[in-house]
Design a protein around this ligand. Structure first.
Ligand code: ATP
Ligand code: MG
Length: 352
C-alpha cells in the first residue's frame, strides 16, 4: 500500500473548517483504493504569527518540501491587518509560493448544471461554462521592485522577464492542448510596456503550438466579456494581478466563490487550495462551503499524485451532492432541498 505525505496547512478563518472536510473526503476515497495519507500539519498565516512571530516558519517550508503535495486552506484576517507588511499573513503566503517556485496557478471555473440558477448571470449565459484561468503566480506587480510607501506616496512595480512569460505561456498552451485548444492571453498592452513584452512573447511561444488558436484581449474588455459571454473562453492566460481579479470574477459564474479549487504548480511540489480567502466574516459558524477545498484535494490527487480514478470519484461525489439538492448557505437561497453545514456537506460527499 502506498502512503502519500501531505503537508497540511489549515491557516486562519474558515481554513481549519474546510480542510477538515477535505481530509475527511480524502480518507474516505483512499479507503476505496490502495493508498492512504499521512498528514503533517504545519502553520502559516496569522496563526503562525501568533505562535512563532513569523507568518511563514521555516518548519512549514521544510514540511512542504518533504511532502508529496501541500493542501492549503486560507490565511489572513482583520486581526493581523495592521502588522508591518512582512509580518502579515499574506506576505507569508507570497513567500511560500516563491520558495516552492510554484509559478503557475490553475483555476478551473466550471458551472455545474445543477447550479445554473445560482449564478448571478442568466442560466443560458452560464450553462456549460468550462474555462481555465492560468495565472502567473510568483511575478508581476505583487513581487516587483521597487515597492514601498511613505506618508504621501505608495508604489509597486509590474515586472515580467521574458523567461517568466515563456514558462507560464507553455503551461497555458499545454493545458489548452488537453482541452478545446484555445488560449486567450489577457494583458493591457495598449497602456503597459510590460504587457507589450507579454504579448510579443506569448506570440513567439504560440508558434510551437500550431494546433492552438491564440487570441489577445485587454484586461478591461476581458472582465466585461467574462460576464457578457463566458463560453467564448477556454484557457485564459494572465499575469498575477489580472488573474487574481478575473478568477474571482469567474467564480461568480459558478454561483459561489466557495465552489472553486486551484492548483499552484510548476515546481517539484504543488500547492492545492480553494480560490477564496479565509472568510473571517463567516469563520467558526460551520456555514462555509467546503466544496472548493474538496475539489482542490481532487486536483491534488490528479496533478500531484496521479490518482485520476480517485479524483474522478471525488468530482462525481461533489456533483451528486449538488444534484441531490444539498446546499451550504452560500447557495441555499436559490434551490436548496436541504441546507447543510460545512461538516454535513463534507460527510455527504465522503459517504458517496
Ligand atoms: P483573499 O484576499 O484572501 O482572497 P478576500 O478578501 O478576497 O480574501 P474571501 O475570504 O475570499 O475574501 O471572502 C470573500 C467573500 O466570500 C466573503 O463574504 C466570504 O464570506 C465569502 N466566502 C469565501 N469563501 C467562502 C466559502 N468557502 N463559503 C462561503 N462563503 C465564502
Ligand atoms: Mg480574493
Amino acid at each position: 500500500m502506498k502512503t502519500y505525505k501531505i503537508a497540511l496547512i489549515k491557516g486562519d478563518g474558515i481554513g481549519p473548517e474546510i480542510i477538515d472536510e477535505a481530509t475527511k473526503v480524502l480518507d474516505a476515497v483512499a479507503s476505496c483504493f490502495d493508498f492512504d495519507f499521512k498528514y503533517e500539519e504545519v502553520l502559516m498565516g496569522g496563526c503562525a504569527y501568533d505562535e512563532t512571530g513569523d507568518p511563514l516558519p521555516q518548519e512549514t517550508i521544510t514540511a512542504a518540501l518533504n511532502s508529496d503535495a501541500v493542501l492549503f486552506g486560507a490565511i489572513g484576517g482583520e486581526k493581523w491587518d495592521n502588522l508591518p507588511r512582512e509580518k502579515r499573513p499574506e506576505s507569508g503566503l507570497l513567500r511560500f509560493r516563491k520558495e516552492l517556485g510554484v509559478y503557475a496557478n490553475l483555476r478551473p471555473a466550471v458551472v455545474y448544471d445543477e447550479l445554473v440558477n445560482a449564478s448571478s448571470l442568466k442560466p443560458e449565459v452560464v450553462s456549460g461554462v468550462d474555462l481555465m484561468v492560468v495565472r502567473e503566480l510568483i511575478g508581476g506587480i505583487y513581487f516587483g521592485e521597487p515597492k514601498g510607501r511613505d506618508e504621501n506616496k505608495g508604489w509597486n512595480t509590474m515586472v515580467y522577464t521574458k523567461d517568466e512569460i515563456v514558462r507560464i505561456a507553455h503551461n497555458a498552451f499545454n493545458i489548452a492542448m488537453e482541452r478545446s485548444k484555445r488560449v486567450c492571453s489577457i494583458d493591457k498592452a495598449n497602456v503597459l510596456d510590460v504587457s507589450q513584452l507579454w504579448r510579443e512573447t506569448v506570440e513567439e511561444v504560440a508558434k510551437e503550438y500550431p494546433d492552438v488558436e491564440l487570441t489577445h484581449m485587454y484586461v478591461d474588455n476581458a472582465a466585461m466579456q467574462l460576464i457578457r459571454d463566458p463560453k467564448q473562453f477556454d484557457v485564459m492566460l494572465t499575469g498575477n494581478i489580472f488573474g487574481d481579479i478575473l478568477s474571482d470574477e469567474a467564480s461568480m459564474l459558478s454561483g459561489s466563490i466557495g465552489l472553486l479549487p486551484s492548483a499552484s504548480v510548476g515546481a517539484k511540489i504543488g500547492v492545492y487550495e480553494p480560490i477564496h480567502g479565509s472568510a473571517p466574516d463567516i469563520a467558526g459558524q460551520g456555514i462555509a462551503n467546503p466544496i472548493a477545498t474538496i475539489s482542490s484535494a481532487s486536483m491534488m490527487l490528479r496533478y500531484a499524485l496521479g490518482e485520476n480514478e480517485a479524483a474522478d470519484r471525488i468530482d462525481a461525489a461533489v456533483k451528486r451532492a449538488l444534484k441531490e439538492g444539498y446546499r451550504t448557505q452560500d447557495l441555499a437561497q436559490y434551490d436548496a432541498k436541504e441546507v447543510c453545514s460545512t461538516s454535513e456537506m463534507g460527510s455527504i460527499i465522503a459517504n458517496y
